[in-house]
Design a protein around this ligand. Structure first.
Ligand SMILES: [Zn+2]
Length: 52
């Protein structure tokens, strides 16, 4: 499942990971460390919404 950031529109795709913060491909959003923030806008995991 993909998740998106309502602040900047970034979509976290688990097939790609997040190359801007060393999250490897094939890591589920739920498995990202809880102290992770998206490096571009600073949003933490609690801000993200599921993308249906
Ligand atoms: Zn964002």
């Amino acid at each position: 499942m993909k998740h998106y950031c309502p602040l900047c529109g970034y979509i976290y795709d688990p097939e790609k990971g997040d190359t801007s913060s060393e999250i490897e491909p094939n890591i589920k959003f739920e498995d990202i460390p809880d102290n992770w923030v998206y490096s571009i806008c600073g949003a933490d995991k609690s801000v993200f919404k599921t993308l249906n």
